[in-house]
Ligand binder design. Structure first.
Ligand code: ADP
Ligand code: MG
Length: 452
């Protein structure tokens, strides 16, 4: 099966993009068209590979006709388009030592390795939650099989960057161009292929294939749990590679010692190398990740909006990216600017009702002013009267608590006050909550009012 890029299709696609670009906004183009990879199929159809289901549906329903008619304009004949989510399939690929294996620019998925080209170390934002894992992954990528980090096991919750780091190792090794066979797979795929090899009497070929790998990158090994026979096969594969000094990197959603239904001897093998975790990133790191994504795609998104998204989606970077995509979708749909209003809607649709009730800093200011009977302009002004100062402190405190906004950003919303002022305000309110039950009850009412 020929899976490689068809250069004539590439040329046509470039022209299609060129025309489409003139017809939609730059932002819409960057969001929806940059990630598409066209592939021609033997039956004359054209397959458009997209990063996710959501993307595919969106492109098909909003730009499907435009793409089809532009294709027709350029090629002179009607084409039939299909959409497919680029999958993480398993293919072994040897890096080309002569560097001849040039990829066309803008292609996100390398059909040779199926490594996602966007998953690089450069694009991986580090913070206290993941810097150790990243450093270990980089060491391994620089000297596969030659460090004490073998196997390297990266574990952590869903959507926190395990696959990204794992594939970054693969991309890094391949980009260096040394003759080094990198094999990326998931434990599910490994299991499936193993079962198929048994059914087809091809277990020898299966083992042979794995024996010739220089670096094995296996994602999500938790799926090996309870699969005795596959574990057996994996154990042998592991040992063979390990004894030859080949690099092995594994990811899992929990610490290996908590992988129940996995043979002890496998677990102790994993523990002979280095086990590192990825934790939930801090608000600052989450904002940095969003800023980086926006910069990479040339998107101009107000800082407020990024901070809002980062504050709302805490536990999962993939979900956070989903919210960002949704935001871009909504804004290109309504041809409107990216505003807090659109952001709030995007989050409501991504996370469901509850989270969407979340107020913005301006809502908090409005709410507190109403509850304490103060004019908004005075709240952000310079006045220092006691009740005014107290209302300001309460609003700052609630902005921090309900929205998770940074001290700097809160300061900006209150007429450009310094972050130390905000910090002081938050501390003062906390103290008062403890000391004054009446104040505390009043604050509670405001809090409820703002979140409902
Ligand atoms: P996991 O495999 O742990 O479930 P992924 O590696 O698939 O998570 O990450 C989910 C998404 O979040 C990916 O698009 C990835 O690029 C992004 N992501 C996660 N962590 C980071 C980070 N530190 N910097 C940049 N992007 C990240
Ligand atoms: Mg993953």
């Amino acid at each position: 099966m020929n899976n490689y890029q068809d250069t004539s299709l590439d040329r046509v696609w470039q022209q299609v993009c060129h025309r489409v670009r003139g017809r939609i906004t730059e932002q819409a183009f960057a969001t929806w068209f940059d990630p598409i990879v066209p592939i021609s199929k033997p039956n004359g159809k054209i397959l458009l590979e997209v990063p996710s289901q959501f993307y595919g549906e969106w492109i098909e329903s909003h730009y499907g006709d435009l793409i089809a008619s532009t294709f027709k304009e350029i090629s002179g004949k009607a084409v039939s388009l299909e959409y497919r989510v680029a999958a993480d399939t398993t293919i072994v690929k040897e890096a080309d030592p002569n560097g001849k294996d040039q990829k066309p620019p803008g292609v996100a998925y390398d059909r040779g390795t199926q490594l996602n080209k966007r998953y690089t170390f450069d694009r991986f934002v580090s913070g206290p939650s993941n810097q150790f894992a990243k450093a270990a992954a980089e060491s391994v990528a620089h000297a596969p099989g030659q460090t004490a980090f073998n196997p390297l096991v990266v574990y952590g919750g869903v959507g926190l960057g395990k696959t990204h780091l794992l594939q970054a190792i693969g991309n890094f090794i391949l980009d260096r161009g040394a003759a080094h066979r990198v094999h990326y797979t998931t434990s599910e795929k490994f299991t499936l292929e193993f079962i198929q090899s048994i059914q087809n009497n091809r277990t020898t070929e299966f083992s042979e294939r794995y024996r010739n790998i220089d670096s094995l990158l296996m994602d999500d090994i938790q799926f090996l749990q309870k699969k005795e026979q596959t574990q057996e096969r994996f154990f042998h594969t592991f040992n063979e590679l390990f004894q030859q000094g080949k690099q092995i990197v594994l990811t899992t959603d929990r610490h290996p010692s908590e992988l129940y239904g996995l043979q002890d001897r496998l677990i102790s093998r994993f523990q002979s190398g280095l086990i590192v975790d990825i934790q939930i990133p801090s608000l600052e790191t989450r904002i940095a990740i969003l800023q980086k994504k926006a910069a990479e795609d040339n998107l101009k998104i107000p800082y407020d909006v990024l901070e809002f998204i980062a504050a709302k989606v805490r536990n999962n970077i993939r979900e956070m990216e989903g919210a960002l995509i949704k935001l871009l979708a909504l804004s290109s749909l309504s041809c409107s600017e990216i505003t807090m209003e659109v952001a709030r809607r995007a989050l409501r649709e991504t996370l469901g009702r509850n989270s969407a009730a979340a107020p913005t800093i301006d809502d908090v200011i409005k709410g507190v002013c109403a509850a304490m009977n103060i004019q908004e302009s005075r709240m952000i002004g310079k006045g220092r009267k006691t009740e005014l100062a107290q209302a300001r402190q309460v609003a700052m405190f609630l902005s921090r608590e309900l929205i998770g906004a940074s001290l700097e950003n809160i300061g900006l919303h209150f007429g450009g006050r310094d972050h130390t002022t905000v910090l002081h305000a938050c501390r003062a309110v906390k103290k008062k909550i403890k000391a004054d039950p009446q104040f505390s009850a009043r604050l509670e009412r405001m809090r409820n009012h703002l979140t409902n």
